[in-house]
Design a binder for this molecule. Structure first.
Ligand code: CU
Length: 361
């Protein structure tokens, strides 16, 4: 009787397990029909022009097209650089292209790693010493000492000093990450199951929908595996970019390792981070908060371009260039969102662009 129930239970477990295993298979199939799988409200996918995309000449005509369904190919200016802005075989952090990233990389490689190496070696040496010198055979009658003021002071003060040495640069880095300087450009990043969209409130509030490419398209375009997208997030080089993250459905996380940024995208909330990159190029990231079955198939590609290329790209997307990215940021462009004011203001600043659903904060 007992045996029988156990057998049935075991059978059930096996059944459940095989069921789960087969249910997981679809998730690992290649990400082909992303757009088709999107919810009905998803904006149409921009035609992924394999390889031929970076033709700058195609862009000006695009502005006259008003129907969102027929968009001319959006220009892409840079090809990815191996080893920069994307994962490689190297051990350690990706080469950092922002000042915060450089500081953090120094903090990690120049301070934390040496400290933990020294501490680990010290502890290992102490352990070996105790094992060899004070085992029962080598030290038959142990000392009865229970207090030693000197050594007690040392092993209290030394860790405090180590912690202080770590805390000061650590808090400095945190402060740098959280205090956005006066931005030259604001991009609102919205996570969706399972793609990203980017809104440009300073440039006529157009939106770019960014879907993953198929493996074949990745190969044809020379994109790193599973990181290529059909529409990149484009920003000008040398500009301070304020990134506002939010979500359409569940919690996602916008992360670009080479910029040292990672910010949760939470439905109904606006989070904020920033970066400034001087080197033009393409930098990749991924959603970094488990958000469902295709979490692994919503890559991020940020293209940093020259200001004139940025203007061209904005035009091709039907946007406007209101004011130069630096000083004259007065509400120059007709009907465009007002330039985002103080950097200290919370995410609610560029309220003109915030959709009703997310404006609650
Ligand atoms: Cu995700």
């Amino acid at each position: 009787m007992k045996v029988k129930t156990m057998l049935t239970a075991a059978g059930l477990v096996v059944l459940a397990w095989t069921g789960m295993a087969s249910a997981q298979v679809p998730a690992t199939t290649p990400p082909v029909a992303t757009a088709a799988a999107n919810p009905a409200g998803a904006p149409p996918q921009v035609a992924a022009s394999a390889g031929a995309a970076p033709s700058a000449s195609a862009s000006p005509a695009a502005t006259s097209v008003s129907a969102p369904a027929v968009k001319a190919p959006i220009p892409e200016f840079y090809a990815p650089t191996p080893g920069i802005g994307q994962p490689t075989d190297r051990i350690g952090l990706q080469p950092q292209v922002t000042s915060n990233g450089a500081y953090a990389a120094w903090f990690h490689d120049g301070l934390l790693l040496p400290i933990i190496t020294v501490i680990s070696l010290l502890v290992l040496a102490l352990l070996l010493w105790v094992t060899v010198r004070y085992n029962r055979r080598a030290n038959a009658s142990p000392s009865r000492t229970s207090h030693n003021t000197t050594i007690e002071i040392i092993w209290t003060v030394a860790p405090v000093l180590v912690l202080l040495a770590i805390a000061v640069p650590s808090i400095k880095l945190l402060a740098r990450q959280y205090s956005t300087p006066k931005p030259d450009l604001t991009v609102k990043v919205i996570g969706h199951q399972w793609y990203w969209s980017y809104q440009y409130p300073d440039n006529g509030d157009f939106e770019v929908v960014s879907n993953i490419l198929t493996p074949e398209q990745d190969k044809a375009k020379g994109e790193p595996r599973q990181l290529g997208v059909d529409a990149r997030m484009v920003v000008p080089a040398g500009a301070i970019v304020k990134v506002i993250t939010t979500s359409d459905d569940v919690i996602h996380s916008f992360a670009v390792p080479a910029f040292w940024i990672k910010m949760d995208a939470v439905p109904g909330r606006l989070n904020e981070t920033w970066f400034k990159v001087d080197r033009p190029g393409v930098y990749y990231g991924q959603c970094s908060e488990l958000c469902g079955a295709r979490h692994g198939y919503m890559p991020i590609a940020v293209e940093v371009v020259r200001p004139d290329q940025f203007a061209q790209w904005v035009k091709a997307n039907g946007g406007t260039m209101g004011g130069k990215p630096k000083p004259a940021e007065v509400a120059a462009n007709a009907g465009a969102a007002p330039a985002s004011p103080t950097p200290s203001a919370t995410g609610a600043a560029p309220a003109a662009s915030v959709s009703p659903a997310t404006a609650t904060n």
